[in-house]
Design a protein around this ligand. Structure first.
Ligand SMILES: Nc1ncnc2c1ncn2[C@@H]1O[C@H](COP(=O)(O)OP(=O)(O)OP(=O)(O)O)[C@@H](O)[C@H]1O
Ligand SMILES: [Mg+2]
Length: 362
């Protein structure tokens, strides 16, 4: 068993402590929650790429702030429908569908008289913003139009102001940036400690996962990768998560057509790739000279001869095809730079077997 406690690996899990989002939490408090305590309403839009913690931050704030209510915009085709749902949840079921906006806001007013002013959070609001401009206008300006004190937080992935008209009044914007590699590492380390058996993962594996995920800057991607890698290792009856479990997990999340890419390669290119796969079985990266050593042995058995110059050209071509990643690293103290090669998104054991099969038929 590797996964001892599954919930922290679920993307709907809300951690007790949210890392690296203090600034954003403070901004939301200052723009919305604190003014509301003084009776001042406001409209805020939170935006940022997938997995940057928008929903988690709101859920975290909701634990401390009962004035906030949450709806997911994807479940509704109009603001009116969404508000009817919110009102029903707040204990005032609307007698029939399709009551007027005016009646909806009268009901909201009576609810807020009893329980205090409300911050309505609409997550995944992009479609509603695009498709229900009239509904949006009504909730953004509910204060003036219906004399209601409803504050609003909308959450979207793209920059919303391109399709938001000017007549919505003052709207604060809060951007959620992508997480960097170090931040992702800390987020998944926290989840690993909570969910996985001690000793079933190494710092290096967590580093590998965060490095792959940093391309997207998404904590969602990183946590999903950790979860899938752990289960894949468990499925192999292994006690520890290995590099290839992570690569398999990436290929599960990002199904990737290896076959068609391989079919375009000639014999020499397949030999080089095979050598890279062999070297990467227990390593995350391999140097050009180690690849060359492998290539010399393999090419002999296949009656080929690959020079160092050819090797460099083939490595460049494999990089351009997106099959391998190349990185130049410096050894420091003016010793020069070395090229290293890695494969992050396909399990090298599977790739190696496919190449062996192709080579045997050439
Ligand atoms: N700062 C953080 N600290 C700890 N966990 C985090 C943090 N940010 C995000 N997570 C976790 O990452 C996962 C994804 O985050 P979340 O669902 O909030 O992203 P999102 O920005 O709402 O993405 P989407 O636009 O795809 O809905 C969740 O499991 C969440 O708990
Ligand atoms: Mg979300």
């Amino acid at each position: 068993m590797i996964v001892l406690n599954p919930p922290p690996l679920d993307t709907s899990f809300v951690p007790e402590k949210l890392l690296f989002r203090e600034n954003e939490i403070n901004k939301i408090m200052a723009s919305t929650i604190v003014p509301l305590k003084n009776g001042v309403t406001s409209n805020t839009i939170i935006y940022g790429h997938s997995g940057t913690g928008k929903t988690a931050t709101i859920k975290y704030l909701m634990k401390e702030n009962p004035s906030m209510i949450y709806e997911n915009g994807l479940s509704f085709s109009s603001i009116r429908q969404l508000l009817e749902h919110a009102i029903t949840r707040l204990g005032k079921p609307t007698a029939f569908r399709g009551i007027s906006m005016e009646n909806i806001f009268t009901l909201l007013n009576s609810i807020m008289k009893l329980r205090g002013n409300i911050v309505l959070v609409i997550d995944e609001a992009t479609n509603l913003l695009k498709n229900d401009q009239e509904g949006m206008y009504n909730i953004f300006r509910n204060n003036e139009i219906f004399n209601t004190h409803l504050s609003l937080i909308l959450i979207t992935m793209d920059y919303p102001f391109t399709y938001l008209g000017k007549n919505y009044g003052t709207v604060s914007e809060i951007k959620f940036s992508k997480y960097n590699e170090r931040e992702l590492f800390n987020i998944i380390r926290d989840r690993s400690i909570k969910a996985l058996k001690p000793g079933s993962y190494t710092g290096e594996i967590l580093q590998f996962i965060s490095s792959i995920s940093s391309e997207f800057g998404s904590a969602r991607f990183a946590i999903e990768l950790l979860q899938k890698s752990a289960y894949l290792a468990e499925y192999r009856l292994s006690d520890i998560i290995e590099n290839d479990d992570v690569r398999s997990a990436v290929s599960l999340i990002n199904p990737y057509i290896t076959e068609s890419k391989l079919s375009g390669l000639n014999k020499k290119e397949l030999i080089v790739l095979f050598s890279i796969c062999s070297n990467l079985k227990n390593e995350l990266k391999t140097s050009v000279s180690d690849i060359y050593t492998g290539v010399s042995i393999i090419s002999n058995t296949h009656y080929e001869n690959i020079s160092r110059k050819e090797l460099y050209e083939i490595i460049t071509r494999l990089e351009i095809l997106g099959i391998i990643n190349g990185n130049i690293e410096s050894e420091g103290n003016k010793k020069g730079v070395y090229k290293f090669v890695s494969i992050d998104d396909v399990p090298v054991s599977i790739l190696g077997r496919k190449i062996e099969d192709l080579l045997s038929r050439m």
